[in-house]
Design a protein around this ligand. Sequence first.
Ligand code: NAD
Ligand code: MG
Length: 301
Amino acid sequence: MAEDSTDQLTFQNPVTRFPEITPPKQDQPEPGLDQELTPQTDRGQHSYRGTGRLKGRRALITGADSGIGAAVAIAFAREGADVALSYLPVEEEDAQEIKSCIEDSGQRAFLFPGDISEPAFCTELVDSAAEALGGLDALVNNAGRQIAVEDIADLPDEQWVATFDTNIHAIYRISRAALKHMPAGSTIVNSTSIQAYMPSTTLLDYASTKAAINNFSKGLAQMLAPQGIRVNAVAPGPIWTPLQVSDGQPKEKLPEFGKNTPLGRAGQPTELAPAYVFLTSPESSYVIGETLNVNGGMPSP
Ligand code: NAD
Ligand code: MG
């Protein structure tokens, strides 16, 4: 999509940097695969250029097989980090593609399939990732599930609980386990959402978890700052990823996805990566408890 030339990278119109997309109605079983998405997404495979900002870092990224997490994993590798990728076993194809991309960038990638809504797996994931990486100093809590439901009467208790288990309970459990490994200078970045501030009626459970993630990030950030560990968050707007076609949106809304932003288009996953790189690299040393909005200009606090 984006052309890899210096001019293109240093001077670009954000309206046209990526094409406006009109995704056809489509459906995938949860959690969805990047490989089966129409149109395909830009995760920065052909465009992200690193400048050594994360050299020698050892990062665990959840939901790293696809969408935003995949773009972050590629960017981290291009910036010099080794990466442990967490994802669900059914996403093996997507994960293998990102692993190859990281290895082609000259870094190490380790795969950890498993379900982070299970408390025991959260600890196992962190300890295995730290062992494989030879330590852990960067955590990106990015995994999430989003299932749209039109009416609260049709929102089952099981869905409410599963969304909280995956989106926020896992962040608490993974962060707690990770901190046992993390030295001063380490960072945690959590994926929240514009839904934390502007909840859609169809996403009551999801939007509630995203508000909780913001609050958790700000509290934990203050707790850990004196130890030299920084916690921040990124709040994406409408980004074209498999989340949206695996019941994340009502089907009839897909063709219009992202067109209501001031830029008039959906974001691509690679447009999120620089925010995660910034918050993970030491250049953001005085940025703590912040939520960085990357949403195409939607007004949010
Ligand atoms: P995505 O589907 O590509 O990524 C979500 C990932 O979460 C999946 O790949 C999967 O590996 C992981 N996941 C879900 N349930 C899991 C479980 N039980 N165990 C382990 N892993 C699990 O979609 P994305 O849009 O890139 O989502 C990444 C993050 O960005 C999510 O937290 C999402 O809420 C957030 N976000 C996305 C958007 C958007 O418009 N796409 C907007 C705001 C926030
Ligand atoms: Mg995925």
